[in-house]
Design a protein around this ligand. Sequence first.
Ligand SMILES: Nc1ncnc2c1ncn2[C@@H]1O[C@H](COP(=O)(O)OP(=O)(O)O)[C@@H](O)[C@H]1O
Ligand SMILES: [Mg+2]
Length: 305
Amino acid sequence: MSRDFGKVAVLMGGSSAEREVSLMSGEAVLGALRHAGVDAHAFDPAERDLCELKREGFGRAFIVLHGRGGEDGTVQGMLEMLGVPYTGSGVMASAIAMDKWRTKMIWAACGLPTPRYALLEQDTDWAAVAAELGLPIFVKPVHEGSSMGATKVTRAEDLQAAWELASRFDNLVIAEEFITGAELTAPFLGDQALPLIRIEAPGGNYDYQNKYFSDDTVYHCPSGLSEDQELGLRDLALRSAKVLGCRGWGRADLMLTQDGKAYLLELNTAPGMTSHSLVPMAARVAGLDFEALCLKILEDARLGG
Ligand SMILES: Nc1ncnc2c1ncn2[C@@H]1O[C@H](COP(=O)(O)OP(=O)(O)O)[C@@H](O)[C@H]1O
Ligand SMILES: [Mg+2]
C-alpha cells in the first residue's frame, strides 16, 4: 500500500528561524516513511528549487517546514501551481494561521475565546495599552514561532523595550493580556481531535529553552483534566481549526485558567514532528505510533482548498 504514494518529498529545513527544528522533524518523518516502505526523499527548499519536484517525478510532498516560507502558505501555493499534492493546510489557512493577529480576529469574530490584545507600533500610547490590558502583559511577534522575541512584561515602563525586542523579529507585534493557568496544546488529525497535552514548564515559563532543551518541562498526556473539560477543549480546538480553514493535521495552543476559562493562543499548521514532539505524543496515546501517524498525514495529502 505504501508504494501507492509514489515518490514522496519530505520538505524540511527551509530558511526560517525554525530551520534547525524543521531538520530534526524532517529526519524523523523521513525515517518513519522509509521504514514503512515509502519511497521518501529529503528535500530542502533552502538548497533546491521547488520546481525540481515536478521534474524529478515527485507525486506528493510531506511538509515539515516550520515558520515563514514553509508553514505560511507560500510553499503551499507553489505546490498548487506545480500540481504536487501536499500534506496539511492549504494556502489560505496556512497564511492566516501564521499570522497570530489575524487568527485572533477571526476567532474573536466567531465567538471563540482568545486573550484580549493590542497591536503595538512606534507611536503606541504604552501607558494606555497597559491600562487597557492590565499587567502583566505578554508581548510577541505576530509571525514568529518557538516563543522567539516574546516577553512577559510586568511593569508598564518595560512595554516599549519588549516591543523593540519583538520588532527585531517581525514588523507586526501584539501585546496580550497575560493568562495565568495551565498550558495546553490540542493536536488534530483529519477531522479528529487527539488527546490534549498539558505542559508544565519550569516556573510556568514555556520559552524556547524549555520547549526544546530542558529536561524539566513535563508533558502530561492524558492531560489529567476532567473528561468534560477534556472533551470541551478538544471540541474548541477543532472549531478553532475549522474557522481558519485548516485541514489534515495541526495543533492549537491554549491556556486554561484555574476557574475553567479557556483561551486560544495560536494554531500551528506544521508543528514539530520529532519522535518526542507533541503531535506524535498525543497520537501515541490515541493508539497511533509515529510511523502510523506519518502515513495517515501523508495519505491525506491533496491539492486545493
Ligand atoms: N497571552 C498569554 N498569556 C500567558 N502566556 C502566554 C500568552 N501568549 C503566549 N504565552 C506563552 O508563550 C508561549 C508561546 O506563545 P504562542 O502564542 O504559543 O507562540 P509560539 O509558540 O508561536 O511562540 C505559550 O506557549 C505560552 O506559554
Ligand atoms: Mg505556541
